[in-house]
Design a protein around this ligand. Structure first.
Ligand code: C5P
Length: 235
């Protein structure tokens, strides 16, 4: 399940004009846009609609995690905004994921529903402190398998977990990968990064890229350089 241009730009800003300006600037060079909790908390659903109106697929990185009834209701609302993809936490469990999937099943086009397995910010000590013992990779494998069994379309994962996810969920499961840094760009707070072409070669379907595009003087040029690095047709 591949997107012709796999790059989704993370519009991590609480400023709508800035987000729309950035999105318009990079539109010719990217495959989609991502809005997350900062954007949505600051600006609300109407702002998500404005981003959808730009005409690229939008990934709402909402990471829902609540009782099934509440997540089903929230999923219906998010689908109604016209986003192409949104997500929940796999650790919310099978009933929660199935409720989200059932809530959006009647929509056409139906948004793709994905799940976060283990937050990449959590190391093994942090997982253990939440009661989760054992290697983080095992938890990623368990939750990716549960996500698939619950009828979802894919997961958000680190590029370093792609092989684990593919092993349990197969080649058609959508993989969305943040932590991407073109060679020579600032890491910021990301640690275990891959370049866009490395992540693509490792099997990522969607690459979430924020600051290497949004925090440089010429976002359009940065996005174009990434499209060229990936060898996409037309660049
Ligand atoms: O600026 P940068 O490229 O690091 O942005 C990555 C984006 O992906 C941010 O919006 C961040 O919230 C998101 N993300 C992440 N790691 C995860 C899940 C989401 O970096 N595990």
């Amino acid at each position: 399940m591949r997107f012709p241009n796999p790059v989704f730009v993370a519009l991590d800003t609480p400023n709508l004009s800035r987000a729309l300006e950035l999105a318009q600037a990079v539109k010719p060079y990217v495959g989609g846009l991502k809005v997350g909790l900062e954007f949505i908390s600051a600006l609300g659903p109407e702002a998500v609609r404005r981003v959808v109106e730009i005409g690229l697929p939008v990934f709402a990185d909402v990471k829902f995690h609540d009782i099934p009834n509440t997540v089903a209701g929230a999923s219906t609302v998010i689908a109604g905004l016209g986003v192409a993809i949104f997500n929940v936490h796999a650790s919310g469990g099978e009933a929660m994921m199935r409720a989200a999937a059932a809530a959006i099943a009647p929509w056409t086009p139906r948004p793709l529903l994905t799940a976060v397995t283990v937050l990449t910010s959590m190391d093994e000590a942090a997982l253990e402190a939440t009661g989760q013992k054992g290697p983080a990779r095992d938890q990623v494998a368990r939750l990716a398998a549960l996500t698939k069994a619950s009828g979802l379309d894919g997961v958000v994962c680190s590029a370093h977990e792609l092989a684990t996810v593919r092993k349990v969920a197969g080649p058609d499961f959508l993989t969305i990968v943040p932590g991407i840094r073109p060679a020579g760009t600032a890491l910021g707070d990301q640690r275990r990064v891959m370049t866009p072409s490395e992540a693509r070669a490792a099997g990522a379907d969607i690459l979430i890229i924020g600051r290497p595009i949004t925090a440089v003087p010429d976002p359009a040029a940065a996005a174009k350089a990434i499209a060229q690095e990936l060898g996409l047709a037309g660049f």
